[in-house]
Design a protein around this ligand. Structure first.
Ligand code: EPU
Length: 342
């Protein structure tokens, strides 16, 4: 049976450090325990419906302070699935494993491919939910398949990448919250490895370090250094990484904005639209480093909203709404939050 805790404190289980309690917290460590958790939920004990599937809690805003049942995925393990031959390496990891620990394990085994995604907080199971991405790579590009338990039927389903419906910080799992309990994820890592070093900040930092022909571990170490420099450590300052997605707008609107704001960072997309830098838009509105009571915008990176201590979900929501209003008033661009709101 899953380990069950009644009236559990979730404050330390979400990286924003927002206070909340769950009537029942179920820690799931295997497929069997996931099925038992499903049976518990399916029997619908009064007031114990599912509120949330929790991984590392690093992409989560808890609006309210009182939740019903929370499933915390703690399925461990990682292993190689194929033989030593072939043009790629197939590895599987349990959904509960720490993402960065898994990435470093693959690299030390001599299996590159995930180095650009080093030091992203959270678990292996949460990585596909929001299709984590950084420094020119999205995890969708490396996923072979994943297994998830359908909490509406109790059936286990294998998803190939097309079935995951990946998008920019998006997937079917994010669009159907509470339905899919991801158990294990399989990654296909290329043997003929090509470094991905075109992302401006990364290219610049690699050059500065004199890494012209970078190894996977050098890229990982450089990404770690960049993230440590720019992004606050949730253990020291509560945050959920980028709070908004970088908005994608029509080319015509971008051209008009460039007349008024020639320095506007913009990146053409394959469909002809343009992706803007939400951090830049927020900074232009004067929010960088600004506080609103117990919450604020990080001083080094305007896209990170932080809990300076003692904040509740409503404080973060209020700050996010003020930023969205200002950016819309000034640029006519709607900012969409990246984390899941519960
Ligand atoms: N910028 C500003 N002011 C700021 C912050 C950024 O002007 O306060 C400008 C930068 O100068 C740069 C541009 O915005 O021109 C982009 O900034 P950065 O390279 O820091 O990346 P980002 O677009 O803000 C995205 C991801 C991050 C990921 C980095 C690196 C999103 C929403 N965020 O951030 O992902 O680590 O690129 O690849 O796509 C996350 O999703 O939680 C996350 C941290």
């Amino acid at each position: 049976m899953p380990y069950a805790q009644i009236d559990a404190d979730l404050t330390a289980m979400n990286t924003l450090g927002l206070p909340a309690r769950a009537k029942c917290l179920l820690r799931v460590r295997s497929i069997r325990e996931a099925q038992q958790a499903y049976a518990f939920l399916a029997s619908h004990p009064e007031g114990f419906g599912l509120s949330l599937i929790l991984g590392g809690g690093s992409n989560l805003v808890l609006r309210g302070e009182s939740l019903n049942t929370v499933l915390k995925v703690e399925i461990p393990g990682w292993r190689r699935l194929d033989g030593t031959e072939g043009t790629s390496v197939l590895v599987e990891a349990g959904a509960g494993e720490n993402w960065h620990g898994f990435v470093r394990w693959t690299l030390t085994q001599g299996w590159p491919g995930l180095e650009n995604l080093s030091l992203i907080p959270g678990t292996v199971g949460a990585a596909p939910v929001q299709n984590i991405g950084a420094y020119g790579l999205e995890v969708a590009e490396r996923i072979e398949s994943l297994d998830a338990l359908d909490l509406t039927s109790g059936k286990l389903k294998r998803f190939d990448p097309a079935a995951c419906q990946f998008g920019y910080r998006d997937s079917i799992f994010k669009r159907q919250p509470g339905r899919w309990l991801i158990m294990a994820v399989r990654f296909r890592l290329p043997r003929r490895w090509q470094p991905i070093t075109h992302y401006g900040d990364l290219a610049h930092e690699l050059a500065k370090r004199g890494f012209s022909d970078s190894s996977p571990l050098q890229i990982s170490d450089t990404v770690i250094a960049l993230r440590r420099r720019k992004l606050p450590d949730p253990a020291e300052l509560g945050n959920a990484g980028s709070f908004f997605k970088n908005p994608i707008i029509e080319a015509g609107q971008c051209a008009a904005l460039l007349i008024a704001h020639p320095a506007l960072p913009h990146h053409p997309q394959p469909d002809g639209r343009e992706k803007l830098a939400a951090g830049w838009l927020i900074e232009q509105c004067g929010w960088k480093g600004r506080r609103l009571g117990s919450v604020g915008c990080h001083a080094q990176h305007a896209l990170i909203l932080v809990n300076h201590g003692g904040a509740a979900g409503k404080d973060i929501l209020q700050l996010a709404a003020s930023i969205q209003d200002d950016v819309f008033r000034r640029f006519g661009v709607k900012l969409e939050p990246e984390p899941v709101f519960i």
